[in-house]
Design a protein around this ligand. Structure first.
Ligand SMILES: [Zn+2]
Length: 122
């Protein structure tokens, strides 16, 4: 994923450089006005490649969001009312970690760790 983005940026830079050369060349005595159109097309392709490059990076962030969603799922079990089973201290969603696919809460007050038992909804 990351290499694809780098390739897109390099290709974009090449397109933009050549596009500028064509536009500059169009104003030289040997140049033809048609080069401006080629240059503009090159610029558009270059910026499209940059846009594609920026679009290639989100998947990693999306993956983080999926993990966050999995951690937030126990939050539906009325997180505000969850208290430590050992010391009775209030627990916040940030105390929840995913261990082996199961939500595990670590009490910040007494350091006790235990699994969150979701009450069955059926
Ligand atoms: Zn505790």
């Amino acid at each position: 994923m990351r290499t694809g983005r780098i390739i897109a940026y390099i290709a974009a830079a090449i397109f933009i450089i050549f596009a500028f050369l064509f536009i500059l060349g169009a104003f030289s005595p040997e140049g033809s006005p048609g080069w401006i159109i080629i240059g503009i097309i090159g610029l558009v392709i270059g910026f499209v490649l940059i846009f594609v490059g920026t679009k290639l990076s989100p998947p990693q962030k999306a993956g983080d969001q999926v993990v966050n969603l999995q951690i937030d799922l126990p939050g539906e079990v009325e997180m505000e009312t969850i208290k430590c089973k050992s010391c009775g201290g209030p627990l916040s969603p940030k105390d929840i970690k995913m261990v082996a696919g199961a939500p595990v809460v670590e009490c910040p007050h007494c350091g006790t760790t235990y699994q969150i038992t979701e009450e069955p909804k059926w």
